[in-house]
Ligand binder design. Structure first.
Ligand code: MTE
Ligand code: LUZ
Ligand code: MOS
Length: 752
C-alpha cells in the first residue's frame, strides 16, 4: 500500500498546525525568552508592551492559575521563569496580540532585569561540580576489575559526541479554542497528546477532562516533540483560558532553534580489554550526559544509553555508569535512538581504538564478538532470534568485506590526492519503552451503517507512515477495500491515556490493539452472517468484500452484511487494549527483560576523502537490515534511508555550538549544516534479511523507526580510516562530528 498521505503531501493539501483556518477573533502569541543563560532576581517590565495597540495581554508566571510546572519525569521545569533563569531561550513571558506581527513588535518592548550568575555549559564541568539532574545509574555484569587483570590488551580513551538539532520541517506550534464550561480544545504538533493534555490541565489547574488534544499529523518530530511540544500547547491553553478567544502560536525557525532542546551531547571515558584472540573480555564506561537545565526525558535517555552500551556484541564483564549532568543549556530531549546512538558511539570508538593499537581492521574485532543465540545481554535479557551474525554474513555475501578492503588498499596505494576508507557498522536496538508501564495502547473502531470504517488509535502520524500501517492492519482483518477505511485524527477523547508516539514501538503497540478490535468486530459479523445464511459460524469467511461459506462466495457482501448487523442492533463499535506481554525490568537489580525483541542489521560504509581540501563523500552504503517480515517495504526502506541520512548528519556535519555564555551560535540554517541530497551516500543498497519475523511485532513486521540511524556511526570510522591511509601519523580522536575542518587537520597533523 502506498503511503496514504502521499497525495495530500505532494499537492500541498495535508494540514499542519499553521494551515488550520483560525476562527474569527483568533489571537496570535509569541514567546519572549531569556537572552542570558543563568540569573536570579528576575523582574520584567511589560508595561510598554502592554500599551502597544493590538496587544491583548502579556502573560507572565504569576498569571498561571494552576501549577507553573511542566516537568514529566521530574518536577523541575517552569513553563515561564519565576525568579530564576536557567538557559538562554528560556520562556519568560507570552505576548498575545491581534497579529503575530504586532506580538513581535511588542516583544521588543519588554524590559528585563536580573542578577547574572556563573554558568556551566559542558557535562564535564557539571560533573566536576557534582551538578546532576538525578542520581547516577549503573549496570554491571560479571567481574570487570578481575577480568581486566586477565586481559592481554587493555586500552582506554575519551569520547565526545555532539548534540543534534531535530530540524523537523514543521516547527513547534499549537492552536487553542475555548469550548463551553471552561473546556479547551488544543490542536498540537505533538508526539504525545496525553502528555500535552496532562500538563496543560496541571498548568490551568483543571481536571484532564477539560482539555481535549487533537493531532492531525506532524511535519516531523524525531523525538523533538515527545516532550517539547508541550510548553507551546500549554501557552495557548493558558492564553485562551485567560482571554476567551482562540489563540495560535507557531514558533518561527529562529525561536525554535533557540528555545528547544536537542540530542544530548555526551562526554565519556572507556576502558576495553581483549584476549589474544581479540575477544572482548571486559568493558567499562562512564557516560557524562549533558542534560541541559532540566530533566525533561534525560533520565530515560540515560537508561537507554546503558542498555545499548555493548551494541551487538557479547561481552561477559561490563560495568557502565551514566551521570545526567545539569548545565545551563536548553533541556536536551529525545532524538531518534534516544541515547542508544550515544552509547554505541563509545563501544565502536573502543573497538576502533583497539584496532588501531593492534593494527588489525576494526571489523575483525567486531565480527569476533558478535552476539550469539542465547547469549545474555549484560542487563539480563536472554538474546533470542539473534540476527547479528546473519545480517553480517548476508552482507558479506552481497559485498565481500575482505575484497572491498583490498580494493580500497589498492586504490590508496595508487592515489595520492584521494584516499578511501571503509567501516562496518552492526546495530542492535531494543524495541519497547524501557519504562515497562508505558508499553500499552488502545484502538477504537467504528463501522458505520454504510460499511465505511473510522479508525482511531493513539498513534501520531509524523511522516513515518504509521497511519498507513494502521490502515493495512484493518484492511487485512476486514478484507475490504482500502477506500472504505479512514484513519481519524489522534484525539484524547477517543483514545485516552496514550503513551507518546516514540520508541519505534507505535505501530506494534497500536497495531496490536487495532487488530484485537477488528477481530472482535469480525467475530460479531460472522455471527450475523451465519444466522443470515443459516450455516455454522465456523464456516463463515470474509474475503475481499464478500461473505464466503468455506471457500464458496455467497450473495452477501460487506456492505449488506453491515446493514443487516445494524438492523439487528449489533454493536458496530469496538475498543481494544494491548499491553506488551513478558517484558519487565527491576530497577533495584538493574536486570530484567525490558524489550519485546531486538532489531539487527549490518552496514558497510565506503568513503573517499579529498586530501587537499579535507572534503569527503560517502561512496556507498550497503545494508542488510532485519525488517522481520516487512508489512510495507516501501515505507520501511524510506525509514532506513532517512534514518541513515540523519545518522550521517549527526556524525559528520551537524555541529551544535554554544559559546561560553551558553548562547547557541549555530542558530540559523546558514551556521548549522544538515545533510542534503549531495551529502548522503552516492549509492545506498538496503537488502532485507529474510527471516520468519517476530510474533511480538505487528504482523511480524519489526519496528524500523530508530534503529537504522545508528548505521551512520560507521561513517565516522570510515572517514578516520581514510585519513589514516593518507597520514600514518594521524591519531584517531573520538570527537564527533567529523567535519571537513577536522578531516583536514587530521590529514596534516604530526606526531608530537
Ligand atoms: N520518520 C519521519 N518521517 N518523521 C519522524 O518524525 N521519527 C522517528 C521515526 N521515523 C520520525 C520518523 C522516531 S524518533 C521514532 S521514535 C519513530 O519514527 C516513531 O514512529 P514509530 O514508532 O511508528 O516507528
Ligand atoms: N521514549 C521513552 C523513547 O519515553 N522511552 C523510551 O524507551 C524511548 N525509546 C526510544 C525513543 N523514545
Ligand atoms: Mo523517537 S526519539 O522515540 O521520538
Amino acid at each position: 500500500m502506498k503511503n496514504i498521505d502521499a497525495n495530500g503531501h505532494v499537492r500541498g493539501e495535508s494540514l499542519f498546525i499553521d494551515d488550520i483556518l483560525t476562527k474569527q477573533h483568533s489571537l496570535h502569541a509569541v514567546v519572549f525568552c531569556s537572552d542570558i543563560a543563568h540569573a536570579n532576581n528576575l523582574s520584567l517590565d511589560i508595561s510598554k508592551a502592554q500599551e502597544l495597540t493590538g496587544v491583548e495581554k502579556v502573560i507572565v508566571a504569576k498569571d498561571i492559575p494552576g501549577e507553573n510546572q511542566i516537568g514529566g519525569i521530574l518536577l523541575d521545569e517552569h513553563l515561564l521563569a519565576e525568579d530564576e533563569i536557567h538557559f538562554q531561550g528560556m520562556p519568560l513571558a507570552i505576548v498575545v496580540a491581534e497579529s503575530q506581527f504586532i506580538a513581535k513588535q511588542a516583544r521588543k518592548l519588554i524590559k528585563v532585569n536580573y542578577n547574572e550568575l556563573p554558568i556551566i555549559t559542558t557535562a564535564k564541568q557539571a560533573h566536576i561540580k557534582k551538578h546532576y539532574i538525578n542520581p547516577a545509574r549503573s549496570f554491571q555484569a560479571g567481574k570487570v576489575n578481575e577480568a581486566f587483570t586477565k586481559c592481554k590488551y587493555v586500552f582506554s580513551d575519551e569520547t565526545f559526541s555532539n548534540g543534534q538539532e531535530h530540524l523537523y520541517l514543521e516547527t513547534q506550534g499549537a492552536y487553542a479554542e475555548k469550548m463551553e464550561n471552561g473546556c479547551i480544545k488544543l490542536m498540537s504538533s505533538t508526539q504525545g497528546p496525553t502528555v500535552v493534555q496532562r500538563i496543560a490541565a496541571r498548568v490551568l489547574g483543571v481536571p484532564m477532562h477539560k482539555i481535549e488534544v487533537d493531532v492531525t499529523r506532524l511535519g516531523g518530530g524525531f523525538g523533538g516533540k515527545e516532550d517539547q511540544a508541550t510548553p507551546w500547547a500549554c501557552m495557548v491553553a493558558l492564553a485562551t483560558h485567560m482571554l476567551n478567544k482562540p489563540v495560535k502560536l507557531v514558533l518561527d525557525r529562529h525561536d525554535d532553534l533557540k528555545m528547544t532542546g536537542k540530542r544530548h551531547p555526551y562526554e565519556s571515558t572507556f576502558k576495553i580489554g581483549l584476549d589474544e584472540g581479540f575477544k572482548i573480555k571486559a568493558f567499562e564506561v562512564e557516560f557524562l550526559q549533558n542534560s541541559g537545565a532540566a530533566a525533561d526525558l534525560s533520565p530515560a535517555i540515560a537508561e537507554r544509553t546503558l542498555f545499548h552500551a555493548t551494541n551487538s556484541y557479547f561481552i561477559p564483564n561490563v560495568k557502565t555508569i551514566v551521570h545526567s549532568c545539569k548545565t545551563n543549556l536548553p533541556p536536551n530531549t529525545a532524538f531518534r535512538g534516544f541515547g542508544g546512538p550515544q552509547g554505541k558511539y563509545v563501544i565502536e570508538s573502543a573497538i576502533a581504538k583497539a584496532a588501531t593499537e593492534l593494527n588489525v581492521p576494526a571489523w575483525k574485532i567486531q565480527q569476533a564478538n558478535l552476539l550469539q543465540e542465547n547469549d545474555k545481554f549484560y542487563y539480563g535479557q536472554k538474546a533470542e532470534k539473534v540476527e547479528a551474525n546473519n545480517t553480517w554474513i548476508q552482507l558479506d555475501k552481497a559485498i565481500n568485506i575482505n575484497q572491498v578492503e583490498q580494493e580500497i588498499q589498492a586504490f590508496n596505494v595508487s592515489n595520492q590526492q584521494h584516499k578511501k576508507g571503509m567501516a562496518v557498522m552492526p546495530i542492535c536496538f531494543g524495541i519497547s519503552f524501557t519504562n515497562t508501564p508505558m508499553n500499552h495502547a488502545r484502538a477504537l473502531v467504528h463501522i458505520y451503517q454504510d460499511g465505511s470504517v473510522g479508525i482511531s488509535t493513539g498513534a501520531v502520524e509524523m511522516g513515518q507512515s504509521v497511519n498507513t500501517k494502521m490502515l493495512q492492519v484493518a484492511q487485512q482483518i476486514f478484507s475490504i477495500n482500502a477506500d472504505l477505511l479512514k484513519l481519524e485524527t489522534t484525539n484524547t477523547t477517543r483514545v485516552a491515556n496514550t503513551s507518546p508516539t516514540a520508541a519505534s514501538a507505535t505501530a506494534d503497540l497500536n497495531g496490536k490493539a487495532l487488530m484485537k478490535a477488528c477481530n472482535a468486530l469480525v467475530k460479531r459479523l460472522k455471527y450475523v452472517a451465519a444466522e443470515e445464511l443459516s450455516v455454522g459460524i465456523d464456516t463463515i469467511k470474509l474475503i475481499n468484500n464478500w461473505v464466503y461459506i468455506n471457500n464458496e462466495k455467497t450473495a452477501l457482501n460487506w456492505k449488506e452484511l453491515i446493514f443487516k448487523a445494524f438492523w439487528k442492533r449489533i454493536c458496530l463499535t469496538e475498543n481494544a487494549h494491548y499491553a506488551t506481554p513478558i517484558i519487565n525490568f527491576d530497577k533495584g537489580k538493574e536486570k530484567g527483560h525490558p524489550f519485546a525483541y531486538h532489531v539487527y542489521g549490518t552496514a558497510l560504509i565506503q568513503t573517499t576523502v579529498d586530501c587537499l581540501r579535507g572534503t569527503y563523500q560517502i561512496d556507498r552504503v550497503d545494508i542488510v537490515h532485519d525488517f522481520g517480515k516487512s508489512m510495507n517495504l516501501g515505507v520501511d526502506l524510506g525509514q532506513v534511508e532517512g534514518a541513515l541520512a540523519q545518522g550521517v548528519g549527526w556524525m559528520t556535519m551537524e555541529e551544535i555550538a554554544y559559546n561560553d555564555d551558553g548562547r547557541l551560535l549555530s542558530n540559523t540554517l546558514s551556521t548549522y549544516k544538515i545533510p542534503d541530497v549531495f551529502s548522503v551516500a552516492k549509492e545506498i543498497r538496503v537488502i532485507p534479511l529474510e527471516t520468519e519475523g517476530n510474533d511480538m511485532a505487528i504482523l511480524k513486521s519489526k519496528a524500523v523507526g530508530e534503529p537504522p540511524l545508528m548505521y551512520g556511526i560507521g561513517v565516522y570510522f570510515a572517514l578516520a580510516n581514510a585519513i589514516k591511509a593518507f597520514n600514518p601519523d594521524y591519531k584517531i580522536k573520538f570527537h564527533s562530528p567529523m567535519t571537513p575542518e577536522k578531516v583536514l587537520m587530521g590529514l596534516y597533523e604530526e606526531t608530537t
